[in-house]
Design a protein around this ligand. Sequence first.
Ligand code: DAH
Length: 388
Amino acid sequence: MTYRTAHQNHPISLPGSPRAAQILHIQYPLPLMTDGPALNEDTTSEALRALLAEIDSALADAENAITTADSLPRLDELRINYLGKKGRLAGLNQKFGQLSAEEKPLAGRQLNNRKAEIVRIEKERREQLEAAEIRRRLEAEAIDVTLPGAAIASGHLHPLERTRREMEAIFRSMGFRVMESPEIETEWINFEALNIAADHPARDMQDTFFTERGRVLRTHTSGNQIRTMTELEPPLAIISTGKVYRCDSDVTHSPMFYQTEGYLVDKNISMGHLKGVLNAFLQSFFGANVGTRFRPSFFPFTEPSAEVDVECIFCKGSGCRVCSQTGWLEVLGCGMIHPTVLRNCGIDPENWSGFAFGVGLDRFTMLKYGINNIRLLYENDLRFLTQF
Ligand code: DAH
C-alpha cells in the first residue's frame, strides 16, 4: 500500500513505526479508511458489544432526528447535540477506556465511519432546508411588477398663491408692472403721504401694530403708491401684492392678510378708465358675465372714491346667505388718486392724473373657492389644502 503525505507529493512506502510517522508528519496509528475484519461475536468482549450497540443507537437517533429536522435553527441544535465537542458522539469516545488495545481500533473505526455518514446526512439536510428557505423567501418577497404603481402625492400651490398669480397675470396682460415694497413701513408712507394725518379720524379705520422709531407693520399695500411714485416718473401702471397687518381677528378677519394695491398714472386719466380696467379685471377673474356696480365711498387717498361690488357669484344675484340677501358682494375699494397724494410724491396734479384700487386677496380667494373661514387659509391643514 502506498500513501501520499501533505508534504511529499510522491509515493512513499508505509512507514512501520511511530518514529517514522512523526518524521513524515502523519497520524499514527494510521486511521483505517476501509472496513477491517468483520467483528466476530465469539471473540468480542461484553464491553465492546455494549459500546457498539450504544454507538449504533446514538447514531440511529442522530440520523432520525437530523433527517426530520424541520428548520435550520433546529438542525444547528442537533448538530451541536450530536456532533459537537461535548455532543453525544464525543461522549462515546470516553468509553473507549473500557476496551482492550485490540478492540479500540475496531470501535474507533465503527464510530468514525458512522459519524462520517451522519456528517454527510447533516450536510444534505442542511442543503435541503436552505433551499426550502430560499424558496420560501422568494415566494414571500415576490414583487408583482404588473401591479399599478403607488402614486406619489405631489404638492400644489396654496389657493392664496394661485389667486395672486391669477391676478398678476390679468394685470400684466393690461400692461401693469408687478413691484414689491416692505412690510415694515414709516408712518409717513403708510399714513401721512396717503393723506391720512395723525389726527385724521381715518386712522381709526385701521387698527395698527406700531413697532419702534415711528414705524408700523403696514396696514395696507397702498404705501406702494408712495414708494414707487416718489422714485419713478409717470406714466406708471403698477400692482403690488403682499402681507398687511391689523389688530383684528374673527372669521373674516386675520391679523395678517394679503392685499393687492394697483394704480395707474398718466395724462387725462378719468373715472372711465378706472371702471374699464376694473370691470375687465373682475370679469376675467370671476367670469365674463358677472355684473359689477360702483358705489360712492370715502378713502382719504382718493377723490372721488368708490367701492365695487360684484353680483353674488353663489346665487347669481338672487340673494343668499353669503351676500346677506342683497345679491351683491363687496370686493374692492378704489378712486381717483387724491391731488395731495400726487403732490406728496412730487407729481404735478395739473399734468397728471390717476386711479388706484385695493383688493383683499383673502376675500377674493374665499369668494372664488367658496371658503367661509379666513383662518383655513393660514392653518396649513392638508385636509383643507388638498381640496384645491
Ligand atoms: N387701502 C385700502 C384699505 O386697505 C384699500 C384701498 C381703497 C386702496 C381705495 C386703494 C383705494 O388704492 O383707492 O382698506
